[in-house]
Design a binder for this molecule. Structure first.
Ligand SMILES: NC(=O)c1ccc[n+]([C@@H]2O[C@H](COP(=O)([O-])OP(=O)(O)OC[C@H]3O[C@@H](n4cnc5c(N)ncnc54)[C@H](O)[C@@H]3O)[C@@H](O)[C@H]2O)c1
Length: 491
């Protein structure tokens, strides 16, 4: 990630805690200022959830987690921060006071984002010293997993510059900035959500449905579609082969029928609040909020993993983020004295730990495969080579587990080429801890293939020459201990 950056979070509740986790896990230092003495505990719990979920979606080493500081004063929190995120309660008077205090103490070129769900930038900026410095950066909960952030600024050039800089920084930490063309109350997402929320309150008040029935209809139906195609793409498909035009002509007239009560707000009197709260208790009361958060995160990681695999929707953010991590990670160190190559380094992450308390077995294959990919890249197997119709397929792998890798260990994978001839590439991988202890070895046989026929063919230039040279240099290292082993065969 290069130089360590600092973010300040003012208001460390549900959303401030999520922002803190997003920045920390991306290697930023974070200082939090909150009036509540219990904020530290709450953020710690949010951070624990984030550590268990976000890294699962990274196919590259994450940067070292940043340092978290709970500041005594707002001044201490914002000192040296290049991003300041205001996440205090949704009350304009509180936000005005806090934003004024922030501007009195912070660097004039820092970005000040507000998490506000409903206020427009023009409302937040009224009376401020440097109005152009404050923009809306409205995230969704949990901030460490959901990528989207609505960015809203003003018409002045200073504000446009701040919004574009904010968009770049957010993309770097795996988010999806959407810049609004103009300010409106409640931005875009909350406008849509409020329409659904209002309708749901009427359905409960009128006794048409319980809170659980409404949630069942969302979670077993259109909510699943929305997660991957949104509203318009979903309706395009619903229009059949004739698409969107047919959909509108078929269902458009219904919009003028009195289906909805959208323009009315049900009176949130005690009776309605009791009804909603007791139905919600019956539906979800068996779980604590933290348990529900963990269930939510586990499910989100599953959905997002599938979307990432298919390069679709929100999955694309995780593809870009992983590519970014891969580029910036400190992966390559060459030991010139022996010509043995250390190709890859990675920290053992929380999500890699299994029920035995050590790194789970498939992560060994992951880091060894990533090390092999780095080697192939260095030997010239790049996008052009692949486009030319050639690549390598792994046909056999053997892993030996010799010691335990624990949470936080820094692992290095070094590779020795045992054979590189015509179609065959035979590699030996050694995984060591920071203290030099070997925790695992791997041995892989890869075949060079023609991608059209999927048949093995000789390596092409310049890859063939690069591997021939490397294999010759590695011969001087001799056969590594454990090479050629198979299960049951003790040599
Ligand atoms: N909860 C959500 O789903 C959600 C989603 C997106 C945006 N938002 C927005 O984020 C903001 C915060 O919402 P939340 O849900 O995290 O609220 P919250 O009540 O969970 O957290 C607010 C925090 O601010 C602290 N605080 C209050 N006054 C303060 C002050 N003067 N200085 C420092 N800290 C102070 C409180 O102690 C509390 O910890 C709101 O503007 C809200 O609209 C919330």
């Amino acid at each position: 990630m290069g130089q360590i950056k600092k973010a300040a979070i003012i208001g460390g509740g549900v959303i401030g805690g999520g922002w803190a986790a997003r920045f920390l896990l991306n290697g930023w230092d974070v200082s939090v200022f909150d009036l509540d003495s219990d904020a530290m505990r709450k953020i710690g719990e949010v951070l624990d959830n984030a550590r268990l979920s976000l890294p699962v979606l990274a196919d590259a080493p994450m940067p070292k987690e940043g340092t978290l500081l709970f500041a005594e004063t707002l001044k201490q929190a914002v000192a040296g921060a290049s991003w300041i995120q205001e996440s205090v309660p949704e009350r304009l008077d509180i936000k005005h006071n806090v934003l004024g205090d922030i501007q009195a103490q912070c660097a004039p070129d820092a970005i000040i984002g507000s998490s506000t769900s409903g206020f427009k930038p023009s409302e937040l900026r009224a009376g401020l010293l440097r109005p152009e410095q404050v923009i809306v950066a409205h995230p969704y909960n949990p901030v460490y997993l959901l990528p989207v952030v609505e960015l809203v600024g003003g018409d002045d050039e200073g504000s446009k510059g701040a919004v574009h800089l904010a968009a770049t920084l957010l993309q770097d930490i795996g988010m999806k900035p959407v810049i609004l063309k103009r300010e409106i109350d409640a931005h875009i997402g909350d406008r849509l959500l409020e329409a659904v929320w209002r309708e749901a309150l009427w359905l409960v008040k009128d006794g048409v449905a319980t809170t659980q029935e409404i949630d069942d209809i969302i979670t077993h139906g259109f909510g699943l579609r929305w997660a991957q195609m949104g509203l318009f793409e979903t309706y395009r498909v619903a229009g059949g082969e004739a698409g969107m035009r047919h959909f509108i002509s078929q269902f458009g007239p219904a919009l003028s029928w009195p289906w909805t009560k959208l323009m009315d707000v049900p009176d949130l009197d005690d009776a309605l609040i009791d009804k909603i709260a007791s139905q919600s208790d019956a539906h979800s009361g068996a779980y604590s909020v933290r348990e529900l958060e963990r269930i939510r995160d586990r499910n989100l990681v599953g959905f997002l993993g599938v979307l990432k695999q298919h390069h679709w929707g929100a999955g694309n953010c995780f593809v870009d983020w992983t590519n970014n991590l891969r580029k910036t990670a400190d992966k390559i160190a060459r030991d010139t004295s022996t010509q043995a190559l250390s190709y890859y380094q990675s920290d053992v992450l929380p999500a890699w730990i299994d029920y035995n308390g050590h790194m789970t077995e498939y992560r060994y294959l992951q880091i060894m495969s990533e090390a092999t990919d780095v080697l192939l890249g260095r030997m010239g197997v790049d996008a052009n080579y692949l486009a030319g119709g050639h690549s390598f397929f792994t046909v056999e792998t053997h892993i030996r587990h010799l010691d335990e890798a624990k949470l936080g260990d820094r692992l290095t994978v070094s590779l020795q080429v045992l054979q590189a001839e015509a179609k065959k590439l035979h590699i030996f991988q050694t995984v060591t801890q920071q203290d030099g202890v070997i925790v695992a070895t791997g041995e892989q046989m890869c075949l060079h293939v023609n991608l059209q026929s999927s048949r093995a063919v000789p390596m092409q230039s310049p890859v063939a020459e690069a591997f021939a040279e490397l294999a010759a240099a590695h011969q001087s290292l001799g056969m590594p201990e454990g090479a050629g082993r198979s299960i049951g065969a003790q040599k």
